[in-house]
Design a protein around this ligand. Structure first.
Ligand code: NAP
Length: 460
C-alpha cells in the first residue's frame, strides 16, 4: 500500500512514508496499553490541562496545519483554517465539560443506595477519513482522553502529514508516551488489529465498506464499535422558503469542502410551486463559482481529494446519464490539471439510476421536483442512508413536523446539516450507529459501572 502526500491540485506526489512493520505496531500497542494503566489513574483536571494545551498549540500553529490539510486533500485554505479552529474548540469543550458529563449518576432504587460510575475501558482504535483530517480525529480523541482511555489512530493514507502532525501536537503538549499514537498501516491491517485483546473498542468514520470490515471484526471479537458512515442528505425547499437565503445555503450545503462532506446536501428536493425559481438561481450560483487553486483566497471550489476520487465521481455521473439522468450543469471532469470536477447538477433521477441511490462525494447536486410536502418526505426516506437532512420553510412548526417524519440522525431547519462541539453528530440506517460530540459522544466508550450499597438484611 502507499502512504503518501499527493497534491490533488497538481496530482504530483510530494512525500512518501513507510508502512510500519508488525514489530513496530506491536511495540506501539504495548505502549498504549502501558499508558492506559497510568492515564486511567489521573484526575480529570490533569486530563483537561492536556486537552487545553493541545487546543492552544493547534491555534498557534493554525496556519501551518491548515496548509498541510490543503496540500494533502485540496480543501480551500480558509476552510482548512476553520477546521483547525473547530478542532481546537472540541478539545477545549471536553476539557471544560468532560468532568461534569462523566460525574457519578446517583440512582434511586427501591431499597439501599446505588450509583453509576463512568470508568474508562482501555486502548481504543480510531480509523479516520481524509475529508476533515483534524476535526474527525478531534471528535473521537478529545472525549476519550478525558474519559481516561488511550488512543491508537489509523488515519487515511492520503493525509500522512496531517496524521504525523496530530501525533506531534500531543508530543509537544507533553502527553505521556502511548496516550495518542499514529499508526501508518493499511485499512486491512487496522481491521485485523481489532482482534488484539488489548484493544477494547473501535470507532470508524468512512465508507460503508470500511465500516462493515471493522464491524465484522468487532462482532467477531465482541468489541464495542461506533460507525460514522456515508450519507445522501436531502435539502427540502418548501413554497414558503426565503428563496435568496435558501439558495445561498444550498450552495454552501453542497459545495463546502469541495463537495466532500458526509453531511453535504446531496439531494435537492423542491416543491412544484417554487422549483423553477430555485433551480434557476441555484444553477446560476454554481455556474459562477471560481474554480482553482485551493491555496488562493479567491477560489471557491478546489479539486477533489485525489485523482482516484475524481475518476470515481465522473464515472458515477456517466453511469447515471447512461441510465437516463439529465445534466443541467457541468457533468464532466474540468478541463485542467488536477483532480477537478465541474460543478454539476443532475436531474430526471429515478429509482434504478446510480445517482438516485449512491452517495456522490463531490460537487454534484441531484435535483428533484415533487408535488408537495408529503412527496418530499417520501422521497427523502427512499434512501438506504440516514445521516442528515435540511428543510427550508418560514413556518418553524411545519419544519419540526417534517423533521419528525424524516429517517435521519440530524435534521436542520433553515440550515445545511453542520457540526459543532456541543451538538451530537451521527446517523441511522446505513449511515452508521453511535454518536459523537456533545454529552452523548463522551459516553460511547465508558464502562457504566453500577455500584450498589445494600444493608445486610435487604431482600434478595
Ligand atoms: P474510506 O475509504 O472508508 O476510508 C476511511 C478510513 O478507513 C481510512 O483510514 C481508510 O484507510 C480506512 N479503511 C479503508 N478500508 C478499510 C478496511 N477494509 N478496514 C479498515 N479500515 C479501512 O472512506 P473515505 O473515502 O476516506 O471517506 C469518505 C467516506 O466517509 C464517505 O462515504 C463519507 O460520507 C464518509 N464520512 C462519514 C462521516 C460521518 O461522520 N458519518 C464523516 C466523514 C466522512 P486508507 O486510507 O488507508 O484506505
Amino acid at each position: 500500500m502507499t502512504i503518501q502526500t499527493t497534491n490533488p491540485f497538481t496530482n504530483k506526489t510530494v512525500k512518501s512514508f513507510k508502512e510500519m512493520t508488525e514489530t513496530a505496531v506491536e511495540g506501539k500497542v504495548a505502549k498504549a496499553q502501558e499508558a492506559f494503566t497510568h492515564w486511567k489513574e489521573t484526575t480529570y483536571q490533569h486530563r483537561a490541562d492536556l486537552l487545553h494545551k493541545v487546543a492552544t498549540l493547534m491555534r498557534v500553529k493554525k496556519s501551518e496545519l491548515a496548509q498541510t490539510i490543503t496540500l494533502e486533500m485540496g480543501k480551500i485554505l480558509s476552510q482548512a483554517e476553520g477546521e483547525i479552529d473547530l478542532s481546537a474548540d472540541i478539545f477545549d469543550y471536553y476539557a471544560n465539560h468532560g468532568e461534569k458529563f462523566l460525574a457519578d449518576k446517583v440512582l434511586d432504587p427501591e431499597y439501599g443506595t446505588a450509583l453509576i460510575r463512568n470508568s474508562p475501558i482501555g486502548v481504543l482504535l480510531g480509523v479516520m477519513p481524509w475529508n476533515f483530517p483534524f476535526y474527525q480525529v478531534a471528535r473521537f480523541v478529545a472525549p476519550n482522553i478525558m474519559v481516561g482511555n488511550t488512543i491508537l489512530l489509523k488515519h487515511a493514507s492520503i493525509v500522512p502529514q496531517c496524521a504525523a502532525a496530530l501525533e506531534e501536537l500531543f508530543a509537544e503538549a507533553e502527553a505521556p508516551e502511548g496516550l495518542y499514537t499514529n499508526l501508518f498501516i493499511s485499512g486491512k491491517r487496522a481491521s485485523a488489529l481489532v482482534s488484539d485483546k488489548r484493544i477494547k473498542g473501535v470507532s470508524l468514520t468512512g465508507s460503508e465498506e470500511a465500516g462493515a470490515s471493522i464491524a465484522i471484526e468487532a462482532g467477531k471479537y465482541l468489541k464495542k464499535v461506533v460507525l460514522e458512515l456515508g450519507g445522501n442528505d436531502v435539502f427540502i425547499i418548501l413554497e414558503d422558503a426565503d428563496m435568496d437565503k435558501t439558495v445561498e445555503w444550498a450552495v454552501v450545503g453542497r459545495m463546502n469542502n469541495n463537495g466532500q462532506c458526509c453531511v453535504a446536501s446531496k439531494r435537492f428536493i423542491a416543491v412544484e410551486a417554487i422549483a423553477d425559481t430555485f433551480i434557476k438561481k441555484f444553477k446560476d450560483a454554481l455556474s459562477k463559482m471560481k474554480v482553482g487553486d485551493p491555496m488562493d483566497p479567491d477560489t471557491e471550489l478546489g479539486p477533489l481529494s485525489s485523482e482516484e476520487a475524481a475518476v470515481e465521481l465522473a464515472d458515477q455521473v456517466k453511469r447515471s446519464v447512461d441510465q437516463g439522468a439529465k445534466v443541467l450543469l457541468g457533468g464532466k471532469r474540468a478541463d485542467r490539471e488536477g483532480a477537478f470536477m465541474e460543478p454539476t447538477i443532475l436531474t430526471n433521477l429515478k429509482p434504478g439510476i446510480a445517482a438516485y441511490h449512491e452517495e456522490l462525494f463531490g460537487p454534484v447536486a441531484s435535483f428533484y421536483v415533487v408535488k408537495d410536502e408529503e412527496a418530499a418526505i417520501a422521497l427523502a426516506n427512499d434512501s438506504d442512508f440516514g445521516l442528515g437532512a435540511s428543510v427550508f420553510t418560514q413556518d418553524i412548526e411545519r419544519g419540526k413536523r417534517i423533521a419528525d417524519q424524516i429517517d435521519a440522525g440530524m435534521v436542520f431547519i433553515n440550515h445545511p446539516t453542520w457540526t459543532q462541539a456541543d451538538l451530537p453528530f451521527g446517523g441511522t440506517k446505513r449511515s452508521g450507529f453511535g454518536r459523537e460530540l456533545s454529552e452523548l459522544g463522551i459516553h460511547e466508550f465508558v464502562n457504566k459501572k453500577l455500584i450498589r450499597v445494600s444493608e445486610l438484611n435487604d431482600p434478595f
